[in-house]
Design a protein. Structure first.
Lengths: 193, 193
DNA sequence: CGATTCTTTGAAAACAGTCAATCTGTGTGG
DNA sequence: CCACACAGATTGACTGTTTTCAAAGAATCG
């Protein structure tokens, strides 16, 4: 529940008990069953979401009905649709639970108030976004410069726990290849070793 | 020179004359001839860089000697290597000028001081990073979900001025395809219209 | 004009996608 | 406890796209 979030915050910034109480009072925890939605395409995203347990994915669905996974988030990661949050426009994405999960939700207005009152909290957020941006850049670099099987190897190397918890078709989608191609890549990789 | 940067700032946030003078005193302007480097692989990036004139690219070079362009930046855009800046480690990237360019450089320490003293400046920076992150996410989404010719069409639609100012091989690299493929895509597109 | 850089074209090979069938493991209800 | 259903993973044959390599054709700049 909230404890995981508290531990996360304590590991990042110093907070008084009152501040903790305030943040807790701004938070809502939500349990998600497997396959349950946190965000559906067309809805406006106006929260900040911390994954305290489980694993969720962010994806779009194109005209042909294919899913395209742009992000995963597990315990101690943040998730959400920043584009919709910033623009106020309906989201193009869906977020749902790959496993049973628990999410700590903070309304954007309250979140902004917390950022304003607690500079360390604001700095933490900025640091997170900066690192997210760097991670995106690196993913872009991978996507234009390495072959499909290197992408998979990099993914497994970087996020070993994802590789075991996430169904293969979603990993394939995340990497921008089909599940069949990924299956063949893995087959070859096993032979080599 | 600095005027472009001043106009940019005035369009974003209110600044007093003293603040402008201070920011100016922290800034160094640098002229780049075509092909001249702003950053070379292996160097540590410790600045913030605003492009006041011209056009630069950020790219890596792999073992085979191929270049991979991860970003362009033209007038009124920021450039640099945030990964190196955050980590303090040598950069994996090069940045050089596609055209003769002018860059306003601010040392990271001075930049941080400005952010601390002028909250609006800090907020502006955070807003820029948030939008950069959203743009990265969208580029990732494109890279995993649309075909090569749609990627090119999206690129031209989104950045028409890039398409005319940047050599084709660099655009191809940015899109993650070969220059030959991009050439053929354009050929087909012309026929269709 | 000559040299360099950028772009285009062609043919063959490598690669990834599609469609359809099969296999595997998990969990549920009889 | 077994049989079945279901979701996920694999495999094969085929198709389509992209890369590679090599050569030639524009365009630009001094």
């Amino acid at each position: 529940m909230y404890d995981v979030f508290k531990a996360y915050l304590d590991g990042k910034i110093p907070l008084t008990n009152e501040q903790h109480d305030w943040i807790r009072s701004c938070s809502v925890t939500k349990k998600l069953r497997k396959n349950q939605y946190l965000l559906q395409e067309g809805d406006v995203w106006q929260k900040h979401a911390f994954v305290s347990k489980g694993l969720v994915r962010t994806y779009s669905i194109d005209e042909k009905g294919s899913e395209h996974v742009i992000a995963f988030a597990m315990e101690n990661w943040w998730t959400g649709d920043r584009e919709s949050l910033l623009s106020g426009k309906p989201s193009r994405f869906n977020i749902d639970a790959i496993e049973g999960s628990e999410i700590v939700l903070i309304d954007d207005q309250k979140f902004s108030a917390i950022c304003k009152e607690i500079p360390a909290f604001n700095d933490m957020q900025n640091a997170i976004i900066q690192r997210s941006f760097v991670a995106s850049q690196n993913r872009i670099h991978d996507s234009i410069s390495v072959s499909a099987d290197e992408k998979y190897k990099n993914f497994v190397g970087k996020y070993p726990s994802f590789a075991t918890r996430i169904p293969l078709n979603m990993i394939a989608s995340y990497l921008g290849i089909t599940r069949e191609t990924l299956s063949r890549i893995r087959h070859k990789a096993v032979k080599k070793s």
